[in-house]
Design a binder for this molecule. Structure first.
Ligand SMILES: [Mn+2]
Length: 335
C-alpha cells in the first residue's frame, strides 16, 4: 500500500487502534499521541493502547488520559483490536516487542496495518511500512508521514509537543542520531508555539531522589576505571539491589555516566540479577560494543550500545570482562 492509498482509505470514518511498544519511552508515547490526535480530529474512532505503563513523568502530555494500558484494560483492548479496521504500529519492528498484543494483531489478517519505525530490520508485518533507520525517531517519521499525506496544516500545538517529546528523548536533546534535515522539521514544530525550555524541564528534570542516591553510590563506591584500556566498570551485587531497593529500570542510564569521563571509551554496567548477571555496554567513537557483546556474552545491540548476560557470579563476570580487555587493546586505543 502507498501513502496515497491510505489517505484515500481514510476519507471515510474508520475504527483505528494505535499501538506502540512495551515499556514505552518518549518516542513511543509521543508518536502515538500525535497520530491519535490527528486521526481523531479527522473524525475517526481512535483507541491508543500501550502494552505496559509509561513513566509517570509523561502524565502532563496532551491526551495522555486517553491512552489505555493493555496490562490493565486487557479485555477492552482485545475487543477493540478484534474490531479495528486499521491497526497502526509505532516505534517497534516486530510483533514480539508487544507481547500478547502482538498475537492479537497477528490474527487480524483482515485488518489494514500501518507501521512507522526507525529500528533495524523490521519484520514485514504491515501493508504500509515506513521504516527509516537514519531517522532520529519514530516521531520524526510521523512528522514526515503527515507532510507526505498532505496533512501538514493539521499539526496543532499539542501534536507538535508530542512529536517534539519523541525527538528530544530519542536524540538526548539533539546529542545523537541527528541529521541536518531534522532541524528544519524541528524549526517548523517549534514555530507552532512550543516553549522548548519548559518542555525540556518537563521531560528531563524528572529524576526520583532514589535514582540520584543509587547513582551517587555507584560512582563513589562501585566504579572501577581501568586507565590502560580506557574502560570504566560499575558493578552492582544482589546486596546492593536490596540495600537501595533497586527495581527494574532504576539503573537505567547509569552506564552512560562512565562515558562522561574524558578518557573512557568503553563503559560497562554489570548487575547481579536473581538468576543471571546482566551486562550493559556503551562506547563512544569507533569501538564496537555490539561485537564485544556478541563475541563474549551472546548479546547484541548497536555499535555504541549493546547488552548481554551470563550465568556466572558477579565477581567471576567482572574478572572475565577484565581478562578480555587486553584482547581489545588495539581497537580501544585507536577508537
Ligand atoms: Mn524510537
Amino acid at each position: 500500500m502507498e501513502i496515497q492509498e491510505l489517505v484515500y482509505y481514510l476519507e471515510v470514518p474508520r475504527d483505528i487502534v494505535i499501538v506502540s511498544h512495551r515499556n514505552p519511552d518518549g518516542d513511543a508515547v509521543g508518536s502515538t499521541l500525535a497520530i491519535g490526535r490527528l486521526l481523531r480530529k479527522a473524525g475517526h474512532t481512535v483507541h491508543m493502547i500501550l502494552p505496559s505503563e509509561f513513566p509517570p513523568f509523561f502524565n502532563w502530555m496532551p491526551d495522555i488520559d486517553r491512552v489505555w494500558i493493555y496490562d490493565i484494560r486487557t479485555e477492552e483492548s482485545v475487543k477493540v483490536l478484534k474490531e479495528a479496521d486499521l491497526i497502526w504500529m509505532l516505534d517497534f519492528n516486530s510483533l514480539d516487542r508487544i507481547d500478547k498484543m502482538g498475537e492479537e494483531i497477528h490474527h487480524r489478517v483482515d485488518a489494514k496495518k500501518v507501521l512507522i519505525d526507525h529500528h533495524l530490520d523490521p519484520e514485514p508485518i504491515a501493508d504500509l511500512m515506513v521504516s527509516e533507520v537514519q531517522a532520529s525517531s519514530t516521531s520524526e517519521l510521523v512528522y514526515d508521514f503527515i507532510q507526505d499525506a498532505g496533512w501538514g496544516n493539521q499539526i496543532d500545538l499539542e501534536m507538535a509537543t508530542s512529536l517534539m517529546t519523541g525527538i528530544l528523548t530519542d536524540t538526548g536533546s539533539f546529542k545523537y542520531n541527528t541529521r541536518p534535515v531534522l532541524f528544519h522539521k524541528v524549526a517548523n514544530l517549534l514555530g507552532l508555539g512550543i516553549d522548548l525550555n519548559e518542555l525540556q524541564i518537563k521531560i528531563f528534570n524528572t529524576l526520583p531522589v532514589k535514582f540520584l542516591r543509587i547513582l551517587g553510590y555507584c560512582l563513589h563506591k562501585r566504579m572501577d576505571i581501568i586507565d590502560e584500556y580506557h574502560t570504566g566498570i560499575i558493578s552492582l551485587s544482589k546486596e546492593d539491589f536490596e540495600r537501595f531497593d533497586i527495581q527494574r529500570g532504576d539503573t537505567e542510564g547509569i552506564v552512560n555516566y562512565l562515558l562522561m569521563i574524558q578518557e573512557v571509551k568503553f563503559a560497562i554496567l554489570i548487575t547481579e540479577q536473581p538468576t543471571i548477571v546482566k551486562l550493559s555496554f556503551r562506547s563512544k567513537g569507533e569501538f564496537s560494543v555490539q561485537e564485544f557483546a556478541r563475541d563474549n556474552f551472546k548479546g547484541g545491540g548497536h555499535k555504541n550500545a549493546a547488552g548481554g548476560a551470563t550465568y556466572g557470579t558477579l565477581s567471576k563476570t567482572v574478572k572475565k570482562v577484565k581478562s578480555l580487555l587486553p584482547l581489545y587493546e588495539k581497537s580501544l586505543k585507536s577508537a
